[in-house]
Design a protein around this ligand. Structure first.
Ligand code: MG
Length: 320
């Protein structure tokens, strides 16, 4: 049955010449510096407004590749499926995963499927690993932020977190809040062709912007100040956060990136971002400062400055 499932569903959907060989591992030629990453996806519910676990698993991994400046190329996917999971749902998930792969211009070239007994998994879990190629001269790392750098965010915060939460809580909002779940490789390509002084890229997924900025501040040994008033936020997401008692700065995003860019190139990079649908709402949100110890601050709309801490514990379990 697994053989049949793999051939008729996964292989048929992901169809490409490398996968079709059905060997024990995928083989291909690559030359240069590689980026390699892996990610587990356990989001609940597995269908949510704006996406599903398949799209999320694909984009999560290609975005981690893109955050090192790599061109994502190949993905391997592992599926852990609970006995009794509807085949129709599995088909939908595989299809949306392939649609995201086509958007990201990557191929799913290897995979594995395990079915576990009822109760041993919650529907479906997906692990994806990705391989990408870093163009020569590109060296993007979380430890490269330096004082004076401009902090740019590619779009609105909190959309994914609120979309998943609202479905989980059975909430209905006047405007449908959809996950931002999307591949960012093309946006990164545009940024890197506008400037060779993009120093840091990070996708603020679990833990949101608060976690991403605190990680960067710690790796780079700098302070980062962001300006609350300049943060792109959809009014309906802001309203939902108030109702649910959530801080948009700690909510997961799945189609956004934060960048630290040399001040001289910031305008050029921002303009390049705005030419991509993924960066249409991009904005400068802050600056990197010299500091004795790593810190992240928020300049509030009222003009005061508060520390933005690393979110402790898991505010929203199984958000991705
Ligand atoms: Mg990441």
């Amino acid at each position: 049955m697994t053989q049949d499932l793999v051939r008729s569903l996964f292989a048929a959907e992901f169809d490409n010449s490398i996968l079709d060989r059905m060997d024990d591992s995928a083989t291909f030629e690559l030359e240069g510096r590689l980026a390699f990453t892996t990610d587990c996806h356990v989001v609940s519910p597995y269908f949510f407004p704006g996406g599903d676990i398949g799209r999320l698993a694909l984009t999560g991994t290609v975005n981690d590749l893109a955050m090192t400046g790599a061109f994502p190329l190949y993905v391997a996917a592992g599926f852990i499926i609970e006995e009794g999971f509807p085949r129709e749902s599995l088909g939908r998930i595989a299809r949306s995963m392939q649609e995201a792969a086509a958007e990201a211009r990557v191929q799913v070239v290897a995979g594995d499927t395990k079915v576990v007994e009822r109760g041993a998994a919650d529907g479906i879990f997906i692990t994806t690993s990705g391989l990408g190629l870093v163009p020569p001269g590109v060296n993007i790392t979380g430890s490269a932020a330096s004082p004076g750098d401009v902090v740019i965010l590619s779009g609105t915060v909190g959309d994914h977190g609120v979309a998943v939460m609202s479905r989980r809580e059975g909430m209905r909002f006047e405007t449908a809040i959809e996950s931002d779940c999307a591949p960012l490789g093309e946006l990164v390509r545009r940024m890197l062709s506008a400037s060779d002084r993009v120093r840091v890229l990070r996708d603020p997924t679990r833990g949101g912007l608060a976690a991403a900025l605190n990680e960067i501040a710690a790796s780079s040994g700098v302070a980062i100040e962001i300006d609350e008033a300049s943060l792109p936020l959809k009014p309906e997401v802001g309203a939902a956060c108030e109702v649910l008692g959530l801080d948009p700065l700690t909510l997961a995003n799945e189609g956004k990136l934060v960048a630290m860019v040399d001040p001289e190139d910031a305008g050029r990079v921002l303009a390049a971002m705005k030419t991509s649908p993924m960066g249409a709402a991009a904005a400068v949100i802050g600056t990197v400062e010299r500091a004795d110890r790593p810190r992240v601050y928020v300049r509030t709309a009222a003009g005061s400055r508060r520390a933005l801490m690393m979110p402790s514990g898991e505010q929203l379990p199984r958000i991705c």
